[in-house]
Design a protein around this ligand. Sequence first.
Ligand code: ATP
Length: 531
Amino acid sequence: MGKRSIKEVKDTDLEKKVEGENVKPKEKKSSKHEHKKQKKTSEKSDKKKKDKKEKKRKEKSEAESTSQEGESNGEEEKTTPKQDSSQSTTNEAARKEYAKEHEINYLDPLSKTPLLPLLDFSELPIHDNLRLGLKNFKDPTPIQAASWPYLFAGRDVVGIAETGSGKTVAFGIPALQYLQNLPKEKPTTRILVVSPTRELAIQTYENIKGLTSDTMFKVAVVYGGAPKNEQVRAARDASVIIGTPGRLLDLINDGAVDCSNVGYLVLDEADRMLDTGFEQDIRNIISQTPDPLKGGARQTVFYSATWPESVRSLAATFLKDPVKITIGSDELSASQNITQIVELLNDSREKERTLINIISKNLASAKQGDKILVFVLYKKEAARVENTLARRFNAVGIHGDMSQGARIQALESFKSNKSPVLVATDVAARGLDIPKVQLVINVTFPLTIEDYIHRIGRTGRANTKGVAHTFFTPEDKSHAGELINVLRQAKQEIPEGLYKYGTAVKPKVNAYGSRITNDAPMKAATKITFD
Ligand SMILES: Nc1ncnc2c1ncn2[C@@H]1O[C@H](COP(=O)(O)OP(=O)(O)OP(=O)(O)O)[C@@H](O)[C@H]1O
């Protein structure tokens, strides 16, 4: 391990392409730890469950649900987790109704009968110390409710749900319970979460730390632009590592991170992680983990709000019989909590004046703590717009040309409301969960419509409302068709002038490269919806 096979691995984020490649995939013999048992059981369980479920449900049906109310603190459970209670504690009809109401769709190559959603935290087969991490939430969100039965059964999952819908907790809780179930032997990395940006890696680390605050698990975060030594120390013996691909590979090649015992692998913002900017790194990282196709015990979970065709066939190569769970439409969709305004401008030179007007108006009526996030496309543009807005509104900026320290400081200043306006490139488009972002302004249209969905998803999170205001100029005309589709899908107003640019949607081209890939479907699967 110790020998570096990458000359220089830079950190990866949305603006920096990783240069280091050519890490020879190692043929690793994966260790067979307990997780495999869990997985085998789960794979078999689908079949068994089919038969058993019918019986169980008949026995248990009717009005069981009410007796579960108010038990969500798990007090009475002590340390004995319930196993797969999701299928039995509330009647089947209520679960089906929930799946229908929240438009949960399943695509499962192994079973025609979905594992129905888990409707209450008290049904979670987890230890009490993990329950504490959920105490601030009332109910599972739909992606949590739908994913958990599969994740606890050890299945690979592709989870697609709108921005701000609680995907981190969706993959985090089963990951930590998996860890909890392992025998207490020499600590080694068991859970690996890969994130596209440093800020998202840090945020996920904080979230997972929050969920583990009552446990002894060691969690570490590794990302570029910060000294390695400290991260190497933190990663040593950490059971959970969250990181950006470049630094992760760097530490793997240094021998500081050992992925040979990873039993639960998460690609957060999975479509971004699998597109051309990251593909090779991801291949290299995954090659260091146990390979389920060679008998290795690794559960792999991919989450995102967007799932373009261009990444699906590649995704399939890393997953074993995954169930795809989609909340809402299969089409690209924005959160319905966001009011989308598209303003057509004839000339890019109108942008600055319009931007200042919108921010002035918005801040004049803003409530305490309200924030505005302004997106641009290029780093230089970010610096220029930040400059303009800094004088008027005490704005700060974040982009890939800044030092990591300055990036963190800007984000802190925005979060703590010292600066109510943050100007950002797409480095802040994905995953960041900043409370009270009331307004997102797209000064320059992003490279892809998926990025648009993620950018505007910085507002309207966790069932709050928000507004996204997008400038659209003739230069953006190639995005008109897909933008119209997104607006229509979210039942938003479509400005008449947008149609003049045409409604055609070009075949998918990966905007970070130029490759077009066809969607090679995963193993034939049956799509199940409740309607
Ligand atoms: N069950 C729940 N009930 C209420 N709020 C929740 C619940 N689970 C998570 N949240 C909160 O919802 C917010 C959004 O969660 P998270 O950042 O995981 O969203 P996401 O789906 O990953 O979004 P994105 O697609 O933008 O990455 C967070 O503040 C989180 O604490």
